[in-house]
Design a protein around this ligand. Structure first.
Ligand code: MN
Length: 160
């Protein structure tokens, strides 16, 4: 009996250890989920982003289906530059707390489960809140052209 219990405890510890190996590398001190559906991907080095951003591109898009789909993780304070998508974009918020703002509109606060439809050719930016991660799946329609990058989002605009 004692042996059976010991074997069970060892097995349980093993299962827990295996499960924790599959967890994301993202820092969890701001309560970002540790068991994300999609991988975090690689650190983005593009100058079109400020702060620390990770991208896992799932679908690059091609002539038959010109839609790119990628998972973007913004660390607190990280954001895109102002930009526009000629064919529009859809953002599916899958974790954390972030911001989305269209030119001339006030900043929206986004939470897990929110869906944003960025209209074609409307300048906007998106990113994490100042103290929480933000994870979004970006669905970008590229049939009318590539993303046009504009100026940086100043700290004044970001924190307004
Ligand atoms: Mn966008």
């Amino acid at each position: 009996m004692k042996n059976k219990i010991t074997v069970m405890i060892v097995c349980l510890a093993f299962v827990v250890a295996i499960n924790s190996c599959g967890q994301q590398k993202v820092d969890t001190k701001d309560n970002l989920s540790t068991n994300m559906v999609f991988p975090q991907g690689e650190k983005v080095t593009s100058e079109n982003f400020k702060g620390t951003v990770y991208l896992k591109m799932f679908i690059a898009g091609d002539s038959i289906n010109p839609t790119s789909i990628g998972n973007v993780t913004f660390e607190p304070g990280a954001r895109t530059k102002w930009h526009l998508h000629p064919g529009g974009q859809i953002l599916l918020v899958i974790d954390g707390v972030g911001y989305y703002q269209e030119k001339g509109q006030s900043k929206k606060i986004l939470h897990k489960g929110d869906v944003i439809k960025c209209p074609p050719n409307v300048p906007h930016w998106h990113g994490a809140s100042s103290d929480k991660h933000f994870v979004q799946v970006a669905v970008t329609n590229r049939h009318l052209g590539e993303t046009v990058w504009l100026e940086e989002v100043t700290d004044e605009v970001y924190s307004k």
